[in-house]
Design a protein around this ligand. Structure first.
Ligand SMILES: CC(C)(COP(=O)(O)OP(=O)(O)OC[C@H]1O[C@@H](n2cnc3c(N)ncnc32)[C@H](O)[C@@H]1OP(=O)(O)O)[C@@H](O)C(=O)NCCC(=O)NCCS
Length: 182
């Protein structure tokens, strides 16, 4: 692990990171709401902070496993991001991020995004071991199980994708035409 101050384990309920940012006109897309790419950058940045604090060293993004945009975010709203570590492997960890948009004058809040990123702790250019994650609340235990299931599904999906690329790459034009026609 990264340095002599890095503990053997960390509690899941102590991994939370919060960031707030006012959405200014420079973040807008062609429709006047906040550009999806701006949100992805914020999400990736908070995942980085959360993962580096947890591991006690530098981390890289290995995968943006899922980002759901439930509702648009408007220019002028305050975006509040909450990140937490919900699962760890040997050198990787999953960060869950919830995004809330706040209409500042009324204080009304909407849950706009749910995101899951896999980060890998690096030392000397190579993946390095992360602390264990100890889940002591019901919520953290549920998050752990859900994240473990997501990880297993994602490995199976990756294998299936690779199998399909090989399989369809070997088909003739006629066979492909038949499949496209349904
Ligand atoms: C991510 C990276 C370090 C993985 O390297 P690698 O040689 O595949 O390393 P390993 O096979 O030892 O995998 C390391 C861990 O990452 C996980 N991992 C690797 N690729 C992954 C992927 N695409 N999705 C999810 N997890 C992944 C592995 O499961 C493993 O986890 P574990 O140790 O907890 O079991 C490497 O692919 C890389 O440097 N990618 C570029 C990262 C980057 O530039 N990000 C954007 C800027 S930060």
């Amino acid at each position: 692990m990264s340095n002599e101050n890095t503990p053997e384990f960390r509690y899941a309920d102590e991994t939370e990171v919060r960031v707030s940012q006012l959405m200014l006109p420079g973040a807008a897309n062609a429709h006047g709401s906040v550009h999806g790419g701006e949100m992805l950058k914020l999400v990736d940045s908070i995942a980085y902070v959360c993962a580096c604090r947890f591991s006690g060293g530098l981390c890289v993004t290995a995968a943006v496993d899922r980002v759901d945009f439930h509702e648009p975010i408007l220019v002028g709203e305050l975006v509040n991001l909450i990140a937490r570590v919900c699962y760890v492997g040997r050198t990787s960890l999953e960060v869950e991020i919830d995004v809330f948009a706040e209409d500042i004058p009324t204080g009304s809040v909407r849950h706009t995004n749910s995101c899951y990123l896999t980060m890998v702790h690096m030392e000397d250019g190579r993946p390095a071991i992360v602390p264990r994650l100890v889940c002591r609340t019901r919520e953290d235990k549920a998050r752990w199980i859900q994240a473990k299931t997501r990880r297993e599904l994602s490995v199976r999906q990756r294998e299936e994708r690779e199998r399909l690329v090989v399989k369809f790459g070997q088909l003739s034009d006629e066979e492909l035409d038949r499949l496209v026609a349904g």
